[in-house]
Write a protein that binds this ligand. Structure first.
Ligand SMILES: Cc1cc2nc3c(=O)[nH]c(=O)nc-3n(C[C@H](O)[C@H](O)[C@H](O)COP(=O)(O)OP(=O)(O)OC[C@H]3O[C@@H](n4cnc5c(N)ncnc54)[C@H](O)[C@@H]3O)c2cc1C
Length: 224
């Protein structure tokens, strides 16, 4: 047995399920002191906060989609979804049985991205292409994602007619009123039409003739 193998043999086995924000942080922090295995169906970590910028600037995603193998030094990556936990091991969709002393579950939200980084980069390119071809943009929901997305598009595509519809009486309601007012003022200065106290009801005809070619971007996670 090599020295490295002997050292690993006495280390606790930590299995981290989910390679998002939480899981990658735990795996990276513990890999020096424990025998870490990260289980994630994707080969890469995606910085979620950068997603909206990547829609208008797909090249930005080159920096925000990071292969697990590029930042993990000693931790292993098992590229599969965890299906069940039995006693002291995790069983994956690909049939691996991964034993653990400690198990960390960080499977987060339900966004199902493609399994490879190259496919994800292509998705951003495709979204940018759709966006570039649209005359008008309809964004449903004035929470943090809707507001940020409207801001990103207004900055990079000032010529497009952007409409943001929000059912509440102010944007990003979970923040204070001052933040809502600032966001509203900023968007209106950028010529974004912000419709408050109204709701998208399932048909684009709701907007009458206003919208001829509309790109509706719905992030179901945030918009309800
Ligand atoms: C566009 C956008 C902008 C955001 N902006 C902010 C912000 O500004 N500030 C903020 O605090 N938060 C923001 N968030 C929210 C933040 O991204 C989430 O709170 C955070 O990602 C949650 O981290 P997590 O590790 O719990 O889950 P996630 O980051 O969602 O990661 C879950 C991981 O689990 C994996 N997984 C799922 N099922 C399985 C399985 N069965 N087996 C193995 N792996 C599995 C997935 O592949 C994924 O890699 C934003 C989110 C989005 C989408």
């Amino acid at each position: 047995m090599s020295l490295k193998e002997k050292t690993m043999a006495v280390k606790k086995r930590v299995v981290v399920v989910g390679g998002g924000v939480g899981g990658t942080t735990v795996a990276k922090k513990l890999e020096q002191d424990a025998d870490v295995t990260l289980i994630d169906p994707k080969e890469y970590y995606e910085v979620p906060f950068a997603q909206l910028r990547c829609i208008v600037e797909p090249k930005f995603a080159e920096r925000t989609l990071i292969k697990h193998s590029d930042y993990l030094k000693t931790a292993r990556h098992v590229q599969s979804a965890a299906e069940s936990v039995s006693g002291s091991e995790v069983i994956t969709a690909s049939g691996d049985r991964v034993p653990f002393d400690f198990l960390v579950i960080t499977t987060g939200t339900t966004f199902n991205g493609p399994s490879t980084r190259a496919e994800r980069l292509k998705m951003f390119e495709a979204e940018k292409k759709k966006l570039s071809g649209a005359n008008t943009v309809l964004i449903i929901g004035g929470g943090p994602v809707g507001v940020e997305l409207a801001g990103e598009i207004a900055t990079d595509f000032p010529e497009k007619k952007i409409t943001l519809v929000h059912s509440g009486d102010r944007l990003i309601e979970y923040l204070g009123k001052k933040a809502s007012q600032k966001a509203l003022k900023w968007l209106r200065n950028k010529k974004v039409e912000v419709i408050l106290n109204d709701r998208y009801v399932g048909s684009y005809s709701y907007f009458g003739n206003l919208v001829r070619r509309t790109l509706a971007i719905c992030f179901q996670l945030w918009f309800s």
